[in-house]
Design a protein around this ligand. Structure first.
Ligand SMILES: *Cc1c(COP(=O)(O)O)cnc(C)c1O
Length: 389
């Protein structure tokens, strides 16, 4: 592969940026305290429209799992997005944000009876399944639902493999389809997920090719297929840059054209991270410091059990932004969270200036799988969320 340098390369990557500056951060920290997650409404709207433009003709079902904060759901609802829900809790959040059930898709391939019934009773009619036991469950509880069958695929570049637990293996998928047919179910399309934080859009191209092969086999058997759901996976920038929305979407769109361009079908996607990550910045405060065996240690008021839980569950490495860093020098240091757990270390490998107790750090790209998986371990409340813009 050719490595592009400097300016040429900058045109194809985007870096993690804070949605506010330190002046506003100080003001908000004074008003609301820290740790504080700040959601920028305008950044979210811009990201949504950038993705719409990068994937023309694809309806976006925001994956509420990545962050079901009401601010984020309401903003996307007002922009006419659709929503992907997996549970009663996400149903309630989506309803509270204004989504009507006809704009919802339930994507959990293994639902409790209660989850399925609650969502069905609320009016949700589109569900996902990936095995014959789930097909039986749906036939029993929601026989007239419209179904997408999730297929297991492998995206080589993704940080998180989402086919290792869900999705029908292609070699079993025809049999599961036949079973669904015998049960009288209405299978109307397929879904897949290349894996989260996919960094190479070529993954979609190759997956789309194999899905088309399966699609044709199913169509030959007389299944009336009308929807292709390409899942989530769009990446966000962290310590590592990410491809721009345009350059990433261009390849995905090309893959869609190549493999499905000849079919008059509805295309949908379920982006989570790609929509929600960048609109949120964490404000955290240095609450203590020490020197341990020659290395500076800083304790901050948020950590792995809180907003940085994304480092544990999502393998995300968040960049830490320090005010005026360029004229303060930099040295190796350890940044650790506020709990008494020794594993609660946020960073060991970022070079930062000498920090003062009380100063604020900004942490960008905290909107997806960060606050969403935070816990109040050790009696420390999770970060509060506020919206700006
Ligand atoms: C997690 C998930 C998504 C969102 O994935 P991202 O990588 O955040 O875009 C979409 N669909 C399903 C079924 C998921 O489980």
């Amino acid at each position: 592969m050719i490595q592009l340098q400097g300016v040429a390369r900058a045109a194809f990557v985007r870096e993690a940026r804070a949605v506010l500056d330190f002046d506003l951060a100080r003001q908000l920290a004074f008003e609301y305290g820290t740790p504080l997650l700040v959601v920028s409404k305008s950044k979210l709207i811009d990201t949504y429209h950038a993705m719409r433009q990068a994937l023309p003709g694809v309806d976006l079902y925001y994956a509420a799992k990545s962050n079901c904060d009401l601010n984020i759901l309401s903003t996307l609802c007002a922009e006419n997005a659709f929503v992907d829900i997996c549970s009663e809790g996400e149903l309630d959040a989506a309803l509270a944000a204004g989504f009507t059930p006809d704009r919802m898709l339930h994507t959990h391939p293994c639902k409790t009876d209660r989850n399925l019934l609650r969502c069905y009773d609320a009016g949700v009619r589109w569900f996902v399944f990936d095995n014959s036991f789930e097909a039986e469950k749906i036939a029993r509880l929601a026989p007239d639902a419209s179904l997408l069958m999730r297929l297991a695929v492998s995206g080589n570049s993704s940080m998180i493999n989402l086919s290792s637990k869900f999705g029908a293996p292609l070699e079993d998928a025809l049999e599961i389809l036949q079973c669904a047919r015998q049960l009288g179910l209405n299978v109307r399309g397929f879904s897949f997920h290349v894996g989260s934080q996919c960094t190479d859009p070529e993954d979609y191209r190759s997956v789309l090719r194999s899905v088309r092969g399966f699609w044709d086999q199913a169509a030959e058997l007389g299944f009336g297929l009308e929807i292709l759901d390409i899942g989530g996976g769009f990446p966000a920038p962290y310590l590592e840059n990410a491809p721009t929305m345009d350059s990433f979407g261009f390849v995905v769109s090309e893959g869609l054209r190549e493999s499905f361009g000849d079919l008059p079908i509805r295309l949908i996607a379920e982006p989570g991270r790609g929509l929600s990550a960048e609109c949120t910045t964490l404000i955290t405060r240095v609450i203590g410091k020490s020197t341990r065996w020659g290395t500076p240690w800083y304790i901050i008021d948020d950590g792995l059990y809180g907003s940085f839980s994304g480092k544990v569950f999502d393998h995300a490495d968040f960049p830490l932004i320090v005010e005026n860093a360029w004229d303060r020098g930099a040295e190796a240091c350890v940044i650790a969270g506020p709990t008494c757990d020794s594993s609660d270390v946020v960073s060991r490998d970022q070079y930062l200036p000498v920090l003062e107790v009380g100063e604020l750090l900004l942490v960008p790209s905290m909107g997806a799988y960060a606050g969403a998986s935070a816990s109040p371990f050790n009696g420390l409340p999770v970060a509060r969320t506020i919206q700006i813009d």
